[in-house]
Design a protein around this ligand. Structure first.
Ligand code: AKB
Length: 320
């Protein structure tokens, strides 16, 4: 790998926590600068407190470390975003534009900007949703990501800033917890199962959503960022797909390992958000352009999640 100095913004979040380890392995401990608005005493490497809504603060860190790549992971997600719509728009857009503008003016070569399946609304076919679909998101988070995709393309076309992006489905990993999303149930359910606790799901049992295991999500991110520039034909954001399932289906998969596990259903406001999202995603463009291919399905993910969480909680699922 070439010499890069990488800044992760939002490093304490669900993806950042795992990505920083992987990037340290690739680029060396001292070439990965983790940053977040909250401090992190566990991070084994260089950490900076950073409020990305502050342009000067972002620029200071980029200059201090001669940053060549930024992974901008900080955002308010779909469910939390609906509680404070204007604040969410303001925060998500300000942070993103600060990152793009500081990058363009300070020689940052590459930027990763995560988008989401939340960019889609009711104008799309919800099965196998196409890459080039009309985007009419129904959440502020989705609106900020759809606008962000267009800004990413704008900075590429106008300034040749190499911004790359993925439309993540719900990400499921054992290392970290998500916060404020609509797909979060699919992580929490494994923690309860591993602790032999019942689970109350905030979505209806037949709500199918696209999901991806953390290892695949991290690999997709690194493969996209490492691909030769000419392979990146989409400058908005790539659809990536892995698996799709409902709460009922993930529960059945968990019960194969933990037969006594019990789930009940109390749908809340997040049901409306989920009902506006695709059930499955067409990721042909990512497969063709930079050879994306997922490795995990529901069964393998469930086995891995429960093994790792049983280790973490020093528990065992009780067999009947
Ligand atoms: C959320 O549920 O808001 C996120 C997402 C799909 O972008 N996990």
């Amino acid at each position: 790998m070439e010499k890069n100095t990488i800044l992760i913004i939002g490093a304490n979040g669900q993806l950042g926590t795992v990505l920083e380890d992987e990037l340290q392995k690739l680029y060396g401990r001292d070439n990965v600068i983790a940053s977040d608005i909250n401090s992190n005493t566990h991070f084994n490497g260089i950490f900076e407190l950073l409020d990305a809504t502050d342009y000067d603060a972002v620029e200071t860190i980029v200059r201090k470390y001669n940053i060549t790549e930024i992974y901008h992971l900080a955002a308010i997600l779909s469910a939390n975003g609906e509680k404070h719509p204007l604040r969410t728009w303001d925060l998500n857009m300000t942070m993103m534009l600060n990152v793009f503008e500081v990058s363009r003016l300070n020689g940052v070569e590459k930027v990763f900007f995560p988008s989401s399946i939340a960019v889609f609304g009711d104008a799309v076919d919800r099965e196998n949703t196409a890459q080039l679909s009309y985007l009419n998101p129904e959440t502020v988070y989705g609106m900020s990501k759809a606008a962000g995709e267009n800004w990413a393309q704008y900075y590429f076309l106008k300034y040749d800033l190499d911004i790359r992006s993925l439309r993540y489905p719900g990400v499921i990993g054992h290392q970290s917890l998500p916060g404020g999303g609509t797909t979060d149930y699919a992580v929490e359910i494994y923690h309860n199962a591993a602790k032999n606790e019942d689970f109350t799901c905030f979505l209806k049992d037949d709500t199918v959503l696209p999901m991806i295991f953390m290892d695949d999500a991290i690999r997709a991110t690194i493969e996209l960022m490492s691909a030769p520039k000419e392979k990146i034909k989409l400058r908005t954001s790539y659809n990536i797909a892995s698996m799709s399932f409902s709460p009922k289906e993930i529960t059945s998969a968990i019960k194969e390992v933990c037969p006594n596990f019990k789930v009940d259903y109390k749908p809340d406001f997040r049901q409306d958000i989920a009902d506006g999202w695709p059930k499955s995603i067409d990721d042909t463009a990512a497969r063709e352009d930079w050879n994306w291919k997922p490795k995990y399905d529901l069964k393998l993910m469930t086995k891995t999640m429960l093994e790792k969480l049983n280790e973490k909680y020093k528990t065992q699922c009780i067999s009947e």
